[in-house]
Design a protein around this ligand. Structure first.
Ligand code: SF4
Ligand code: SF4
Ligand code: FES
Length: 342
């Protein structure tokens, strides 16, 4: 038999609400989500809470516990003293639907605005090859469980609803960084998008997002700061600035118009004669000098609202073919299955 402990839980909806007090039994080894479930089972059957895995992997049970953004299923009751009142409220940066459930569609909207992974033309799925070091660099960002606690705690949107249209937030900065660091991503405008469409300039590196991330992703140090540095590199690169002075934007897209000195400066390896020849000033024609042609910076293809058109997220070629063949419909007929349960 456990002990009775004091809880306060926010109850209400989008029209308003208040903290309600409850006394709930707590047993050894339980987490806050266990208590919320017991509360539902015994005293408040209409209490709304979102959860799924109860293992810290689905990112559904984000809430604020004693004012701190946390996962309910990963917050042990043993972190509080016996007499401490535990206050549970919904995450604050998103509109409340009911009780502890909020409308997080802002995040899905921002996800849609980020262009998808764009493999190089001519490399089919199954032919992707990467160095292990590149795999490891983006692996950290792939741990994200989309709990949106980092989005919730970011001061740029937490108390400033008006910033939401222009600011994607830390979860999507790590996605942009992951793609920008991906050796097979052929888009070269991730930095411009981070600046113009995602609003990375609003971030002033307070590191609050890193502090709350349950996956311990170093959001600021490993994603935001490198992306900011790349934006600045691109914007203030003297050769790029010279190119901007000489050419109009539409001319910058045409490799034939690139300034000659830029070619060895950006890559010597593919110049005939190798790096030494490049350093000695031997220049190749732009179309011979690159495996994946690097273009000079262009403005992100954003619409008048500052966001990418939804069509940008669609890959311009089909994904990997289905192991069943591409001309089948589901469910498969039983004779086409390798095994079945009779
Ligand atoms: S470091 Fe930047 S993105 Fe992260 S919480 Fe602070 S302002 Fe927001
Ligand atoms: S980066 Fe961390 S805090 Fe942000 S959504 Fe992903 S797992 Fe959650
Ligand atoms: S219920 Fe899945 S992370 Fe908490």
């Amino acid at each position: 038999m456990g002990t009775k402990r004091q809880f306060r839980v926010w109850r209400g909806d989008d029209t308003g609400g208040k903290l309600e007090s409850y006394q709930v039994e707590v047993n050894e080894g339980e987490v806050v989500l266990d208590i919320i479930h017991r509360l539902q089972a015994t005293q408040a059957p209409d209490l709304a809470v979102r959860w799924n895995c109860k293992a810290g992997k689905c990112g559904s049970c984000s809430m604020e516990i004693n004012g701190k953004p946390r996962l309910g299923c990963m917050t042990r009751m043993s972190t509080f003293t016996e007499t401490e009142v535990v206050t549970v409220t919904p995450v604050r940066a998103f509109p409340v639907i009911r009780d502890l459930v909020t409308d997080v569609s802002y995040n899905y909207q921002k996800a849609r605005e980020l262009p998808a992974f764009a493999p190089p033309v001519g490399v089919a799925p199954g032919e992707y090859r990467m160095q292990q070091v590149d795999v490891e660099r983006s692996q950290e960002f792939r741990k994200c469980i989309e709990c949106f606690l980092c989005q919730n705690v970011c001061h740029v949107v937490r108390d400033h609803e008006e910033n939401k249209p222009a600011f994607s937030g830390p979860r999507f900065f790590i996605r942009a960084a992951e793609l920008d660091m991906h050796p097979l991503d052929a888009r070269d405008d991730r930095k411009e998008q981070a600046q113009k469409a995602q609003g990375i300039g609003y971030c002033n590196i307070t590191k609050c997002c890193t502090e709350v991330c349950p996956e311990h992703i170093k959001i600021t140090d490993n994603a935001i700061i490198p992306m900011k540095e790349r934006v600045v590199d691109r914007k203030f690169d003297p050769i790029v600035r010279l190119g901007r002075k000489i050419f109009r934007r539409d001319q910058l897209d045409d490799p034939a118009n690139w300034p000659a000195e830029e070619i060895p400066a950006m890559s010597g390896a593919s110049v005939p004669g190798g790096r030494e020849a490049a350093e000695a000033g031997v220049q190749a024609a732009p179309e011979q000098a690159w495996h994946h042609q690097a273009r000079l910076p262009q403005a992100a293809p954003v619409g008048p609202d500052g966001h990418l058109p939804v069509s940008e997220i669609a890959l311009d070629r089909p994904a990997a073919s289905s192991p069943y063949g591409d001309d089948v419909t589901f469910p498969l007929p039983p004779e086409n299955l390798n095994y079945r349960h009779e």
